[in-house]
Ligand binder design. Structure first.
Ligand code: FES
Length: 178
């Protein structure tokens, strides 16, 4: 079903918090502190569908100065990718927010907003380098969801740049929608 489908090109990012759920995330609302979001697409009748039926679609969106991002070197962890084209000119980046260790939601590190610190088992991720693992037990980075700014909305340009969840490819995912 479309609620459980992974994000696809053309989806927009909408708030996940209860008070704003479904409202488009605006650049002006963003900072280094993550804002919870879901991808929202369309069902086959053309109605909006928030893709919150798949926990792996849980996102967080951040804004940093654009030139602080750095394409990561693979520090021994598989699937570390940062697609600079998938960060908006304003420095907005979206990543999965489901810890790759045991699935906890991961907030910013209170001591360093460029990092995430997982409350469950102290996993650490670097937001400026593709959410790569920099500490603790997570086995791989949390994947980036490439986006662009269009008509004041954050629009998905392709699905997650890594496929750590066992989904095969975008064509398979699109078949969820049929
Ligand atoms: Fe995040 Fe274990 S769930 S470190």
């Amino acid at each position: 079903t479309p609620e459980k489908a992974p994000p696809i090109k053309g989806d927009i990012l909408v708030h996940a918090s209860a008070d704003k759920e479904g409202q488009p995330v605006r650049v002006s609302e963003l900072s280094e502190q993550g804002v919870s979001a879901w991808p929202m697409g369309k069902d086959k009748e053309g109605n909006n569908v928030i893709r919150k039926g798949e926990p792996n679609n849980q996102l967080a969106v951040y804004r940093f100065e654009r030139d602080r991002f750095k394409v990561p070197e693979d520090g021994g962890h598989a699937h570390v990718v940062l697609q600079l084209d998938g960060i908006t000119d304003q420095g907005v980046v979206a990543y999965s927010n489901k810890c790759t260790h045991a699935g906890c939601a991961v907030p910013n590190d209170p001591n360093d907003a460029t990092r995430l610190f997982c409350p469950c088992h102290s996993g650490e991720y670097d937001l400026l380098q593709g959410c790569k693992v920099v500490g603790g037990p997570p086995p791989r980075s949390m994947p980036q969801l490439p986006i662009k700014l269009e008509n004041d909305q954050l629009v998905v340009t392709e699905t997650f740049v890594t496929a750590p969840y066992g989904f095969l490819n975008e064509a398979d995912w699109e078949s969820y929608l049929e």
